[in-house]
Design a protein around this ligand. Structure first.
Ligand SMILES: Nc1nc2c(ncn2[C@@H]2O[C@H](COP(=O)(O)OP(=O)(O)OP(=O)(O)O)[C@@H](O)[C@H]2O)c(=O)[nH]1
Length: 455
């Protein structure tokens, strides 16, 4: 997974205006505008691995005689994943264009409802992506005045960071997995976080096409009057470097250039991972104010629900990932789509159902649930399970669950196990404290297969 990359964008230059005479009167048309380079937010791409590193838009066409305006250069539109954050290395700050209506939104999109458990305005927030929120900190259009832009840059300067440092912290802090990143080269001064793409169809212009040059019909006030032309379109055909003889008005202006670093935000700090019906959605509702759908049938959760856990000094985003079943890595059940969400979370909370195999039920005991969950993660992607983890043993209220919990503690060691009853809200405070410690690296634990005693 490529979650960071550097790109270069060059918008199309404007086409040159034409100088031509018809019956002694000017009739040369304006050059066409150059194409823009645009980033568009799409659920169809998941990371930056397929993104071209050089994005170049088309030049505008030259104007021609008979007052014909040159063609507009085609825009270059590149798709980036939802949750892309834009950092500016060089050039103009991107400007938000529009959000296209998403008629075909995929159920796997980051959902809009990110619900806080308690309003806590004093808290610092984490990197939660709130759909619907456009964080274009500087939606200054590229055409805005130079002064304005200088001011923006000045104020940004105060927040400048060497992003390479941030990225190295991101990839190593909390023992988080080291996602695929591209070497972004030497330390550079970067304006960071100039825009975020959080909504399906949202677009930003990262390089703006140049304006077309003026044809002589526009240069000369009254084109009905015969004028003496220094050169005409026909003459220009014979000139080796036509730009060298164009007046400044007639030459199309160059398209802008930018160098950007794109970074993909995590979907959440913590993912609840478990078999269908383990009680993940119920747990998310108990631990935060999120109201996910709960049902006693598998796959109630068709896309990740997000909840926010607020502490005095920290805020954590938790995602309830739809139930994992054996064969998920081969796209069984809900398959790949939700496994991909796990790629973008820092901490795993394995939710097991203590009562799955009790009282004649057809489920499997919790230690086998854990084995299957780890295997599915690893089949999907090597190392996917290797991140800070804890275990939530749910449904302690069920008859016989106490014994199963004791057995689970005997069979799985080295990882904290939190017994909870999600429906009654029991054990939630301890779990919240454990999650906080794991996310803030005060505690470190990973679950791997050899820690599970199966026989
Ligand atoms: N007895 C008991 N039942 C629970 C508990 N937590 C959840 N359940 C029940 O377990 C069933 C499944 O709960 P969900 O929260 O939908 O489970 P899920 O893991 O999100 O399910 P998927 O969406 O299929 O992945 C529901 O009938 C819940 O009421 C608990 O602590 N005790």
């Amino acid at each position: 997974m490529m979650d960071q990359c550097k790109i270069f964008a060059k918008a199309g230059d404007g086409g040159n205006g034409c100088s031509s005479l018809r019956k002694g009167r000017p009739d040369g048309g304006n050059g066409g505008r150059g194409g823009d380079v645009i980033l568009e937010c799409s659920h169809r791409v998941w990371d930056f691995s397929g993104l071209q590193r050089h994005l170049i838009a088309e030049k505008g066409g030259p104007g021609s005689s008979k007052k014909l305006i040159g063609s507009r250069g085609a825009d270059k539109v590149a798709r980036v994943p939802i949750g892309s954050v834009v950092h500016l290395v060089n050039g103009d700050i991107p400007s938000v264009v529009k959000t296209q209506s998403a008629t075909d939104v995929d159920p796997w999109d980051i959902p809009g409802a990110l619900v806080d458990d308690f309003p806590n305005p004093g808290n610092g927030s984490t990197s939660s992506v709130t759909s619907g929120e456009v964080k274009a900190m500087h939606s200054t259009s590229c055409s805005s005045s130079q002064d304005e832009e200088t001011d923006v840059k000045k104020s940004e300067k105060s927040r400048q960071v060497a992003l390479t440092d941030v990225f190295s912290q991101l990839s190593t802090s909390n023992g988080a997995p080291e996602f695929g990143t591209e070497d972004i080269g030497e330390k550079q001064e970067i304006l960071y976080n100039v825009a975020e793409l959080t909504e399906e169809g949202q677009q930003i212009v990262i390089a703006r096409g140049g304006e077309g040059g003026l044809g002589n019909v526009s240069c000369v006030k009254d084109s009905r009057k015969p004028v003496t032309m220094a050169f005409s379109c026909q003459h220009m055909d014979n000139v080796q470097d036509p730009d060298s003889v164009l007046s400044s008005q007639q030459a199309g202006s160059p398209g802008s250039e930018t160098v950007l670093i794109l970074e993909l935000k995590s979907i959440a700090d913590v993912s609840f991972v478990g078999m269908p019906n383990a009680g993940k959605s119920t747990l998310l509702g108990a631990i935060s104010r999120a109201k996910p759908a709960v049902g006693d049938y598998a796959f109630t959760t068709l896309r990740p629900n997000l909840g926010n856990l607020n502490y005095d000094d920290l805020s954590i985003t938790v995602a309830d990932i739809p139930g994992l079943i054996k064969g998920a890595h081969q796209n069984r059940g809900l398959g790949h789509a939700f496994l991909r969400h796990i790629e973008r979370t820092k901490v795993l909370a394995y939710v097991v159902d203590l009562a799955a195999a009790l009282n004649g039920r057809k489920g499997i005991p919790p230690w086998e649930q854990l084995r299957d969950l780890i295997l599915e993660l690893e089949y999907h992607q090597d190392g996917l399970s290797k991140r800070p983890s804890l275990i939530v043993a749910n449904k302690t209220d069920e008859e016989g669950a106490e014994e199963v919990y004791k057995e689970l503690k005997r069979r799985v060691q080295g990882v904290p196990i939190f017994p909870v009853c999600a429906v009654l809200g029991e054990g939630i405070a301890d779990l919240k404290a454990g999650l906080k410690m794991l996310v803030s690296s005060e505690m470190s634990s990973e679950l791997c297969l050899d820690q599970i005693l199966l026989a």
